[in-house]
Design a protein around this ligand. Structure first.
Ligand SMILES: NC(=O)c1ccc[n+]([C@@H]2O[C@H](COP(=O)([O-])OP(=O)(O)OC[C@H]3O[C@@H](n4cnc5c(N)ncnc54)[C@H](O)[C@@H]3O)[C@@H](O)[C@H]2O)c1
Length: 382
């Protein structure tokens, strides 16, 4: 009999307990310990699962609980120091989205994991969900034709975060799905937004990603909407998909609709757009909890020594997009061009990025980094 992978979870707030539940249900995994600096959260989880060891010091969980792997579900600014400590202690590491607060931090984590031969996985949960897997299957089979654009809306009232803005909180889901569907990295990003409730923490953002071949994606994120909306439309040259994640059944519907221009016409009178209205259909989806699939994938990757579908590299790509979006926000929505020698010479970081604050500041065209009211500015330098 194979020895189960022993795991500990850091962070027992909202998301940590869901990971605890998922990990406990896996056959080749033994969840041994949980940690949270808040003793009440540790007691709560240990009361639910009496076989778990509960600790309040992260370093204790990482080094003293005889674990193979560590799962990190803590506030974003703590991802990097905790993941670094975990990897340096030789533990396979699973980090919640978004992976870290800067691409520099992600690169360092990837480097340590590669040097030590450890699995580093980022929880881009939606890529493990049945609707997204079905959409990717349909797109890859060519059923939609050429993808023209993707439009995504993730809106509701709250939950307000203090250390990251709404783009860093909600848009990682959309960005991970969009990058996965399109299979390429954007050439530019624009982002506009406003902070209405907490000063300097945008609670509404509109982001557009421009991809090669004139494809683009728009992402609207808000903590200030009266209705909860989780909707994505994928418009192809032959068919279109509407994905509504709030529906309990029938989450995706494929529309056989398109519009075509006549390839050739001699007079304006001959010019007619041709609209095609075909059937719409709802594919069957296997109902499996995405978080459980993500956790199972992590354990499988450890057992087979393979790279996860959402590895540190995918985590890094997503952070690069968010950094570009933060740079654009700072420039009032002007495009941030990725990899351009003429792009902003500033390394953008999200609001409230404590770890970036602690690094040595570099002078830039816009002057030195600074903090207002204890909150780092968007363009503080890494
Ligand atoms: N994949 C998803 O769909 C999804 C959904 C929600 C949250 N998340 C992610 O999960 C992470 C946690 O979010 P949350 O909503 O549970 O936050 P939360 O604030 O509810 O919980 C965070 C917990 O971490 C604890 N904590 C803080 N610093 C710690 C440390 N150094 N070591 C151990 N524990 C520490 C806090 O005491 C708190 O109990 C975030 O990265 C968030 O983006 C992912």
């Amino acid at each position: 009999m194979k020895k189960p992978v022993t795991v500990g979870v850091l962070g027992c707030g909202y998301w940590g307990p869901l990971l605890v539940r998922s990990l406990r249900g896996l056959p080749h995994c033994r969840l041994k310990a949980v940690c949270d600096p808040d003793i009440a959260r540790v007691k709560h989880i240990c009361a639910l699962y009496s076989d778990l060891e509960g600790v309040t010091a992260p370093q204790r969980l990482i080094t003293a609980c005889d674990l193979d792997a560590v799962v990190i579900a803590t506030p974003v600014k703590s991802h990097y120091p905790l993941a670094k400590a975990s990897l340096l202690a030789g533990k396979h590491t699973f980090i919640e989205k978004p992976m870290a607060t800067s691409s520099q931090e992600c690169e360092e984590l990837i480097d340590i994991a590669e040097r030590k031969g450890l699995v580093l996985m980022v929880d881009h949960t939606f890529l493990y969900s049945a609707p997204v897997r079905k959409i990717v299957e349909i797109v890859q089979a060519g059923d939609l034709g050429d993808i023209r654009y993707i439009n995504s809306r993730r809106l509701n009232l709250g939950l307000f975060q203090k250390d990251i803005n709404v783009a860093w909180d909600l848009a990682p889901h959309d960005i991970s799905i969009i990058l996965h569907i399109l299979g390429e990295f954007p050439v530019a990003v624009n982002c506009q937004g406003n902070a209405h409730v907490t000063p300097q923490v945008e609670d509404v953002t509109n982001m557009s990603l421009l991809f090669p071949h004139k494809r683009f994606a728009t992402i609207q994120s808000s903590w200030l909407e009266p209705r909860k909306i989780r909707e994505m439309t994928i418009v192809g040259s032959r068919r279109m998909i509407v994905y509504d994640d709030l529906r309990t059944r029938e989450k995706i519907r494929i529309y056989d609709v398109r519009v075509e221009r006549p390839p050739h016409y001699d007079t304006f009178a001959e010019f007619q757009y041709s609209y095609h209205y075909g059937d719409s259909y709802i594919p069957h989806l296997q109902q499996e909890e995405p978080l459980t699939l993500a956790c199972r994938h992590f354990i499988d990757c450890i057992e087979t020594n393979s790279a996860p579908m959402t590895s540190g590299r995918q985590g890094l790509e997503l952070i690069r997009v968010l950094e570009g979006a933060s740079a654009s926000l700072q420039m009032k929505g002007a495009p941030f061009i990725f990899g351009s020698p003429n792009g902003p010479a500033l390394a953008p970081v999200p609001i409230g990025n404590g770890s970036a604050r602690s690094r040595k500041p570099k002078r830039t065209r816009r002057g030195p980094s600074r903090a207002r009211n204890g909150v780092a500015t968007l363009f503080e330098n890494a």
